[in-house]
Design a protein around this ligand. Structure first.
Ligand SMILES: Cc1cc2nc3c(=O)[nH]c(=O)nc-3n(C[C@H](O)[C@H](O)[C@H](O)COP(=O)(O)O)c2cc1C
Length: 296
């Protein structure tokens, strides 16, 4: 974990950028002519965001971490590396992949995806999410079966829906009354009976993301950002992904959490598949317009 240790006064040019960017205001001015600015963190309120390291033109911030600061040519000219137009093409061409080659994900690519997830932002820079990477076919099959158990129960209960209506949440009530629910259930259960993997689509790798639930509970939001980083990185490596909400839901069961080594006090906020695509999308589909309200 990042530990800011202070300022290297041999390098500091007193530009005060660190004072300006620190969200916890831990850099302040002093009367000392030799040390115009100091770093004080008496109650360990530093969020370890590293913005002081990022902003300092002289690399004068002293810190300790297993990771190093990242300097590269063109740091300040990101539009020269990826233009908005190119980035938008990449974003629009990302697809949820549900057709995979029967081949494992190369270990090096998996590492690279995890590396991209590592640099995702999190609320208060908590970074407290963890992963379980499942590549064992039997385990993926087990999770798939557990995820479709509810479908069988739903089919059994569907004829009784009118009796259950007063006890259902508004969302479930809407679903129970929707005539499409039965059609979808029949199709999905038919596929399961034929031995199709309707949950993971025979993906060779499943990634489970979990975090400790915390007070302001931004953990689900953190998960969304972390997983998006992973999905985009996978795309850049020629791999396909799909977020699998249907599998995420079964992690409400303690038995499943334990089986997949989710520690106590942690909740699963994302499950994705990863694999080598066996299909190539030709174009991006349309999307509906964003409904924007302006307050000027
Ligand atoms: C939170 C979330 C949960 C999802 N759950 C599932 C799922 O359980 N099964 C599935 O096949 N696709 C799932 N998807 C994929 C969506 O169906 C897909 O993103 C959407 O249809 C748009 O297609 P695209 O990702 O190719 O743009 C999920 C996506 C998100 C963001």
């Amino acid at each position: 974990m990042l530990l800011i240790q202070g300022i290297n006064y041999d390098k500091c040019t007193e530009c005060s950028n660190c004072v300006e960017v620190c969200p916890a205001q831990l850099f302040s001015e002093t009367d000392d002519k030799e040390k115009k600015y100091v770093f004080r963190n008496p109650h360990d309120v530093c969020v370890k965001c590293g913005h002081c390291i990022s902003i300092c033109p002289e690399e004068a911030i002293l810190f300790e971490d297993e990771d190093s600061a990242f300097n590269f040519e063109g740091t300040k000219n990101l539009p020269d590396i990826v233009s908005y137009e190119d980035l938008l093409k990449i974003l629009r061409m990302r697809r949820s992949m549900r057709v995979f080659k029967d081949k494992p994900v190369p270990e090096k690519k998996l590492e690279k995806i995890i590396q991209a997830m590592r640099y995702a932002p999190t609320a208060s820079n908590r970074q407290n999410w963890r992963l379980t990477v499942v590549t064992n076919k039997k385990e993926i099959e087990y999770l798939s079966k557990e995820s479709t158990k509810d479908l069988k129960l739903a089919k059994k209960l569907l004829p009784l829906r009118y009796l259950a209506l007063p006890f259902l949440s508004p969302a479930l009530r809407k679903r129970a009354l929707d005539p499409r629910t039965k059609v979808i259930l029949d199709r999905e259960l038919g596929d399961v009976e034929k031995g199709k993997d309707i949950v993971f689509f025979n993906a060779p790798c499943v990634i489970i993301l979990y975090s400790r639930a915390y007070t302001s509970n931004m953990a689900p939001n953190d998960a969304g950002v972390v997983i998006t980083h992973g999905m985009l990185a996978a795309q850049a490596l020629g791999l396909g992904t799909c977020w699998i909400g249907i599998a995420q839901r079964v992690f409400q069961k303690r038995k499943i959490k334990k089986h997949f080594k989710v520690p106590r006090g942690y909740q699963v906020y994302g499950v994705i598949t990863l694999g080598i695509p066996d299909i190539e999308y030709q174009r991006a589909p349309p999307r509906r317009a964003v409904r924007v309200q302006r307050m000027e």
